[in-house]
Every structure is written in structure tokens, then in C-alpha cells.
Design a binder for this molecule. Structure first.
Ligand SMILES: [Zn+2]
Ligand SMILES: [Zn+2]
Length: 306
């Protein structure tokens, strides 16, 4: 019986075959990677929506326990520049500014809803790439020493003091400040006569009135954005107009094309929570009017993001 002699290359790859295999693997990786990265991005978007739903439920519970009213930052009427007056100005010509004090977040929503949320993790978006606050607080004392005025010094060991020092993100979402402030402009324009609460919100289609948007933490926490950056910023004032929401002006060197809200956190869209407690992914063009109580965009941009 004659035995076939095996050639010494049989069963092994020739160099050409090896190169072909490598090329095919390369093509497969090229085809699969974008799909994998889309899947990863979609996973983050869904995880963010899940966090926002928990927050939406927690805010609803807070409102239900407090006769439909959220906590207040200030009791005065807020003017466009963030300062306050005790009595409502007589005309729109007077709402630009010049009141006393300033509207800043010494009352962080993420801490105020902790009794209902029982989680700080839910306050972060998986697609927010900025470094997070690690010593997360659940009480106001741990968070900022329970200061009652933004001019007070933060205790050095408090979460906010550390976050400000190291430029860390304490939450990935911004509250629509009509819940915690009463805008003089909105009152005089007939859009909202006081704080947004359930009784005033009932006539404003709660399912399409956005109360939480994604925070532009990259720009707000940046060391070189003195004009608009603020580590402690946790709300947005839509009554000022569309520009500060998504397009700061020329004062923000290097950040002109951004704003408080990261409208494309889950590119090309972003996630929003609504007054009825539900959360949704929306493009800026779809969501922009939903931040205003009467759905009228104040000072609309000529070329807003899509
Ligand atoms: Zn305030
Ligand atoms: Zn998100």
C-alpha cells in the first residue's frame, strides 16, 4: 500500500493565506466596531433614562408630600439677571435686573429629593464623561454644611467644597428653575404666575413640560470658563432666553458654542424629565419649547441646534 507523502506545507497557512485571513478579520472588525459603539451608546442612553425615571418618580413623590409644591430657592420674584425683588415689578421694562442677592444653588435638588430617591448614583448620566464627586452626600450638612446663603463659606470637608476644589460633577442633570423660583418675567407675560406647582402645572400640559435636562458638565466645571462655569450650578433659567441654554455669548472664550444644557449628550439627542414624572429622549428642536411654561421660546436663536 502506497502511502501518500504529505507536502510539508499542507495543513499550515501560506503567507498569502495568512494575510488574507488578517485582511478579512480587519474588515469584520471595521464593520462590527461602529455597531458595538452604537450599542454601547444606546445602552448609556437607556441607563440615563432609567435614572431620570427614578428621579421623576422621586420628584413626583416630593410634590405629592408637599401639597404639589417643590422647595423654594427664594421667596422673592427673580429678575432676568438672577437677583430678586419682594414685590412684582409693574412692567416688563423693569424685569431685566437690579434686585438684591443672587440666584444660586445653595439648595441642591439632588439632596432635597434624597428621602424619596435614596440614591446619588441615579443623579449621574453614564455618558457624562466628567469626573464625578466621590464622597457623595445624602444630607444637606454633608453636601454644603447646610449654608443658607451662597456668600457663606463652605466647610472644607463638604462634598461641594471638594467638588469645587477638584472640579468634580455632583449631578449630571439640571432642574428647570421654575420649580424653585418665581420669575417676574413669566408672571408679567402671563406664562406662569409664581412657582411651578401642581395646581399651576395642571393647566400647562404636565406631560410635555420639561423639568430636568442634561447638564453640560464639561463646560460648567471647566477651569477656564470663568464667565459661565460653576461647579455648583444645578438648575437652568429658561426665562432668560434660548442662548444661555445652548449657546453662551462671546464672553465665554472657548465655550461660545455651548450652554448650560448638553442638548446632544446622547448624540444627536438628550434626555429630559417631565412634570408628570416620565422621561424621554428628545432632540433639541423637539425639546426647546418644552422648557418654557407656555411653550414659547424666549429670545429664540437664529440657528438653534437641530
Ligand atoms: Zn436660586
Ligand atoms: Zn444622559
Amino acid at each position: 500500500m502506497k502511502r501518500l507523502r504529505k507536502s510539508n506545507t499542507k495543513g499550515a497557512f501560506s503567507l498569502i493565506e495568512l494575510l488574507v485571513v488578517i485582511a478579512i478579520i480587519g474588515v469584520l472588525v471595521g464593520v462590527l466596531l461602529p455597531a458595538l459603539s452604537r450599542a454601547r451608546d444606546f445602552g448609556r442612553q437607556v441607563a440615563c433614562l432609567s435614572n431620570q425615571r427614578q428621579i421623576g418618580v422621586a420628584i413626583r413623590m416630593y410634590l405629592d408630600d408637599h401639597r404639589g409644591e417643590f422647595f423654594h430657592h427664594h421667596e422673592g420674584w427673580v429678575l432676568d439677571d438672577g437677583s430678586q425683588v419682594n414685590s412684582l415689578p409693574m412692567s416688563l421694562a423693569e424685569v431685566g435686573g437690579g434686585g438684591v442677592g443672587h440666584s444660586e444653588a445653595e439648595k441642591p435638588w439632588v439632596i432635597f429629593i434624597q428621602p424619596y430617591l435614596q440614591s446619588r448614583d441615579a443623579g449621574f448620566c453614564a455618558a457624562d464623561p466628567t469626573p464625578r464627586s466621590s464622597a457623595v452626600a445624602t444630607t444637606l450638612t454633608e453636601y454644603n454644611g447646610a449654608i443658607t446663603d451662597v456668600n457663606q463659606t463652605l466647610p472644607p470637608g463638604s462634598e461641594l467644597a471638594i467638588a469645587e476644589r477638584d472640579h468634580l460633577t455632583t449631578q449630571s442633570f439640571l432642574l428647570n428653575s421654575i420649580l424653585s423660583h418665581k420669575s417676574a418675567r413669566y408672571a408679567l407675560e402671563g406664562a406662569l404666575d409664581g412657582f411651578l406647582n401642581d395646581s399651576r402645572g395642571a393647566g400647562l400640559q404636565p406631560a410635555s413640560l420639561a423639568i430636568l435636562a442634561e447638564r453640560n458638565s464639561e463646560a460648567m466645571n471647566a477651569v477656564d470658563n470663568n464667565a459661565f462655569g460653576s461647579v455648583g450650578q444645578d438648575d437652568f433659567d429658561a426665562w432668560v432666553g434660548e442662548a444661555p441654554l445652548v449657546r453662551w455669548g462671546s464672553e465665554a472664550i472657548g465655550y461660545e458654542d455651548e450652554g448650560w444644557i448638553r442638548y446632544n449628550r446622547h448624540s444627536p439627542a438628550s434626555n429630559f424629565v417631565y412634570l408628570d414624572g416620565h422621561a424621554e429622549t428628545r432632540s433639541w428642536s423637539a425639546a426647546r419649547s418644552e422648557l418654557f411654561p407656555d411653550r414659547r421660546v424666549r429670545q429664540p436663536l437664529l440657528n438653534p441646534p437641530l
